[in-house]
Design a protein around this ligand. Structure first.
Ligand SMILES: Nc1ncnc2c1ncn2[C@@H]1O[C@H](COP(=O)(O)OP(=O)(O)OP(=O)(O)O)[C@@H](O)[C@H]1O
Length: 252
C-alpha cells in the first residue's frame, strides 16, 4: 500500500524553485531517506508534506487521500508524525507521564484507533505508554523527571512520544544532530529495531551518509529542487549524477 505519494510537487519562492515537480512514493513499511547538498530543497519538501508550507502546485496524497488544503494538525491526526527537532517533551513531568500524554492525545486525536479502544480506554493508554517506553529503552527510567534525562535519552523520549501516536508514517529531520558518536549509534540502532518491530514507515532527512546508507531501504536524491537519483543505498552510492551533485556542491 502506498502511504505517501507526491506528484509534480512544486514550491517556488519568488524566482527560486526550491522543490521542482517532485514525484515521490513511499510504501507501507518502507524506510526512505531524502538526501542532497545544502539548499537542495529537503526541508522545503518536508514542510510541504507536513502542510507547514503551501505548494505552488502539485499533489500530495497520504493514505490515498489528498491532504492539500488541510491544516498541519489534521495531517498529524491522519497518522503522520514528525519526530526530533520538536519541543515535544514536558520537562517537569515524568518519562511515563510524557508517554501517557502522547498516547492519550493519539486516543482522542485519531479516529482510527478510537474504534478499537472505545471501552476500556485508560488501560489501553497505559499499556501503549509502557510498550512505547520499552521499545525506546526508557521503561526503567519511567518514574524519572523528563528533564533529568541525558541528551541521548531525551531524543529517545521524543521518538517514543512520536511513536505513541501510532503513526502510519514518521518523518525524521536529522535525528542524530548534536549527538555524540555513541548516542548516534544507539539512536540508529533504535530506529532500525523499531522499524522491524513495528513495521514503521519513515521518511528521513539526514546529512550523515553513513547513517543514511545503514538505515534506508531506498534513497531519494534531491539537487536544486529536483530528484536526480533514486534507488537502494548501493545504487545511489554508485550513481555518477549523485557523485557530481555532491562534488559540485564542494566546488561552489
Ligand atoms: N521561506 C523561504 N523563502 C525564500 N527562500 C527559501 C525559503 N525557504 C527555503 N528557501 C530556499 O529554498 C532552497 C531550498 O532550501 P531548503 O532549506 O529546503 O534546502 P535543504 O535541502 O533543506 O538545505 P539544508 O541541507 O542546508 O538544510 C534554498 O535555496 C533556500 O535558500
Amino acid at each position: 500500500m502506498t502511504v505517501l505519494k507526491t506528484e509534480r510537487l512544486t514550491k517556488q519562492f519568488g524566482g527560486l524553485t526550491a522543490v521542482d515537480e517532485v514525484d515521490l512514493e513511499i510504501e507501507q513499511g518502507e524506510g526512505v531517506s531524502l538526501i542532497g547538498p545544502n539548499g537542495a530543497g529537503k526541508s522545503t519538501f518536508i514542510n510541504l508534506v507536513t502542510r507547514r508550507l503551501e505548494p505552488s502546485y502539485g499533489e500530495i496524497a497520504f493514505q490515498g487521500d489528498s491532504i492539500i488544503g488541510m491544516d498541519p494538525h489534521e495531517v498529524v491526526q491522519r497518522g503522520m508524525s514528525k519526530s526530533f527537532q520538536t519541543a515535544s517533551i514536558f520537562p517537569e513531568l515524568t518519562v511515563k507521564e510524557n508517554a501517557t500524554i502522547a498516547a492519550l492525545a493519539a486516543e482522542h486525536g485519531s479516529f482510527r484507533f478510537n474504534f478499537f479502544r472505545n471501552q476500556n480506554s485508560y488501560p489501553a493508554v497505559d499499556e501503549l505508554a509502557n510498550e512505547v517506553l520499552e521499545s525506546v529503552g526508557l521503561y526503567d527510567e519511567r518514574e524519572n523527571q523528563a528533564d533529568s534525562l541525558d541528551y541521548g535519552n531525551k531524543r529517545r523520549l521524543e521518538l517514543g512520544i512520536a511513536l505513541a501516536a501510532e503513526p502510519d508514517m514518521l518523518l525524521m529531520d536529522e535525528p542524530t544532530a548534536g549527538m555524540s558518536p555513541d548516542e548516534t549509534k544507539s539512536t540508529v540502532d533504535l530506529i532500525k529495531r523499531v522499524k522491524e518491530e513495528l513495521d514503521l514507515t519513515f521518511l528521513l532527512v539526514e546529512h550523515d551518509m553513513e547513517i543514511v546508507f545503514d538505515i534506508s531501504d531506498r534513497i531519494v536524491v534531491l539537487n536544486r529542487g529536483s530528484v536526480i537519483a533514486e534507488g537502494t543505498p548501493t545504487e545511489v552510492q554508485n550513481d555518477p549524477a549523485v557523485q557530481e551533485a555532491y562534488l559540485g556542491g564542494v566546488e561552489e
